[in-house]
Design a binder for this molecule. Structure first.
Ligand code: PAF
Length: 283
């Protein structure tokens, strides 16, 4: 496995693979890797000749500087996970390589998808994600890039971004990996302490209850939201950031529940912000 901090070396290696007609899959990450990431890497390795992973905690996408400073780092453990998940190359840029001269003043937006959900409660977040991905996609001109659907809005925004800007790359969304109890795996879970791990399960409980009401024929989003909110409110430790039911393709609000529907939640448990979602299709 090649490990490099040098963008020119990384790009040259990828171009050399491509000149040999080898396909390249890419999974961008912020490190502190877990089974959810490994799942992306193994999927990429199954669909491409070479798999590339980047590890970079991107300061441009944190609207809360405290959250950035507290973001967990474990480069040695990350490299072990990459090695055992069929990764061929790990790109480990530092801040100065990624943003020489500091974070540039440029605003990348996909307005019709950067509304509601995280776009509303984390202003500037997706602009920062698109900025770092633009830089990464120049260094790593992969054929396919892999994104977890736990960050569902990110997946939709990036897919549209790549399409409208004409990056010759396919964006693949990969289903969320969960613990046996149902908790969506996330690098932030590591910061949950004691009882918080139990309380975190209320997110998936609320989502699954909402999903089953919709499957049973409930058409009124406010009825479903009320029941879901009651589940979250049953814990005094959970502070809901958002709880929304939207069209899963347009992220528009739905007056009547039909088609492909996204149920999405973000909540704070102590200092830790968790997000999760489910999609459900009804006629
Ligand atoms: O999903 C993430 O971990 C980040 O938003 C990403 C895509 C690596 C960009 O920094």
């Amino acid at each position: 496995m090649i490990v490099s901090k040098d963008p020119n070396e990384v790009r040259d290696q990828i171009l050399s693979w491509k000149s040999e007609k080898l396909s390249v899959g890419f999974a961008p990450t912020m490190g502190f890797l877990h089974e959810g990431h490994a799942n992306l890497f193994v999927r990429s390795a199954g669909e491409n000749s070479k798999t590339v992973v980047s590890i970079f905690v991107n300061p441009a996408q944190f609207n809360d500087p405290e959250d950035y400073l507290k973001y967990p780092i474990n480069t040695e453990g990350d490299l072990e996970i990459c090695k055992s998940s069929k990764v061929d190359l790990v790109y480990l840029p530092d801040k100065d390589t990624m943003y020489p001269g500091g974070i540039p003043e440029v605003e990348l937006r996909i307005p019709h998808l950067m509304k509601n959900l995280d776009a509303t409660t984390r202003p500037g977040h997706f602009e920062g994600v698109l900025l770092v991905l633009s830089r990464l996609f120049h260094t790593i001109p992969a054929d396919r890039s892999y994104f977890g659907k736990k960050d569902y809005q990110q997946y939709l925004v990036v897919k549209e971004f790549v399409k409208v800007l004409g990056f010759p790359m396919e964006i693949i969304g990969v289903d969320t990996v969960r613990s046996a109890e149902g908790l969506a795996l996330s690098s932030r879970n590591a910061r949950l302490i004691g009882q918080e791990k139990e309380e975190a399960l209320l997110l998936i409980r609320a989502l699954r209850l909402g999903e089953s009401l919709i499957r049973q024929g409930e058409k009124d989003p406010s009825e479903v939201l009320t029941v879901m909110r009651d589940v979250l409110d049953s814990s005094s430790k959970i502070q809901t950031d958002y709880l929304e039911i939207l069209d899963a393709n347009t992220l528009e609000e739905l007056p009547i529940l039909k088609g492909e529907i996204l149920l999405a939640v973000a909540a704070f448990l102590g200092q830790v912000r968790l997000i999760d979602n489910l999609t459900v299709k009804v006629s």
